[in-house]
Design a protein around this ligand. Structure first.
Ligand code: SAM
Length: 267
């Protein structure tokens, strides 16, 4: 696909879907779109765009392809072990509950994993979890707490299934106890204002798709949204390096603590 065809396609997709595609890594995005147009319309961009105007299912599939909603319960298990073993015990000293944000929560597995982790730490009932995504469809499933297929449930330890989920004909659905402390909302991380004073912000496997300057800006805004000493939990391939580390201190694994910039310099 030549540059001008791609620019036209990007423009139209942006208009139809309300997505700012320029924020996402150009090469990756271009590869995905090219493969998709090849599969859906034999590589004919004009035919694809025409079809997109009148075919709601194709529009939804295109949105899905662009937003990449892949997720899992307790994704990257070692990081959740670290959360349970070191991070939560330190964070909850003298506290009855935490304020947590799952940013880019997809179909809900991440905020539900957080709810289970907080329950095991004995602070779920007094905690509040904000779970956000900009994709309305995934958010609708997340709000309902499922249903999740057997395949989707594979990250949940068998011993926890009966404690935290109901079996329904369509799959497993989260219990009220798990869903109660979670508030779901539509938030576009590139555009919308953030709430503040979070003890823990979890944003994993989202920034990896953004251009570097977009990631840097987002990290700076996450820092502002954290309470002093609050923690940012990111994806395995999203390490904070160079100037992105300003005002943070890595505490282990994929966890970074907000510190005053002065303190970081002294350390
Ligand atoms: C690969 S999933 C990651 C889900 C979960 N955090 C995890 O690690 O399993 C990326 C999610 O980020 C969301 N996303 C992408 N761009 C976004 C944006 N600008 N604002 C809010 N959510 C976004 C997508 O809709 C998708 O649900």
């Amino acid at each position: 696909m030549d540059d001008s065809t791609y620019a036209r396609l990007q423009d139209q997709l942006q208009r139809l879907l309300g997505l700012d595609l320029t924020a996402y890594k150009q090469q990756q995005m271009r590869r995905r779109i090219t493969t998709f147009v090849q599969r859906e319309a034999g590589g004919d961009t004009s035919a694809f765009l025409m079809q997109l105007q009148k075919d709601a299912a194709l529009l939804a599939a295109t949105r899905d392809m662009l937003t990449i909603n892949v997720t899992d319960f307790f994704r990257d298990e070692s990081q959740w072990d670290l959360l349970a073993r070191d991070i939560l015990p330190a964070l909850t000293v003298g506290r009855r509950g935490l304020r947590v944000w799952s940013a880019g929560c997809s179909r809900g597995q991440e905020p539900l994993s957080l709810a289970i982790a907080l329950d095991r730490a004995g602070v779920l009932a007094s905690s509040r979890i904000l779970a956000t995504d900009f994709d309305r469809e995934v958010l609708a499933k997340a709000k309902l707490g499922g249903p999740y297929s057997r395949e989707e449930m594979r990250g949940v330890p068998p011993a926890d299934l009966a404690t935290y989920f109901h079996e329904t004909p369509a799959g497993m659905t989260a219990t009220r106890r798990l869903l109660g402390p979670i508030r779901f909302a539509e938030v576009n991380l590139l555009r919308d204002q953030f709430e503040r004073s979070f003890d823990l912000i979890v944003c994993r496997n989202v920034m990896i798709y953004f251009e570097n300057h977009v990631k840097s800006d987002l990290v700076r805004r996450f820092r502002e949204a954290l309470a002093p000493e609050g923690l940012l939990f990111i994806g395995a391939t999203e390490a904070l390096l160079g100037s992105d580390l300003a005002g943070f201190q890595r505490v282990g694994g994929n966890f970074y603590r907000r510190v005053s910039e002065h303190r970081q310099n002294v350390a």
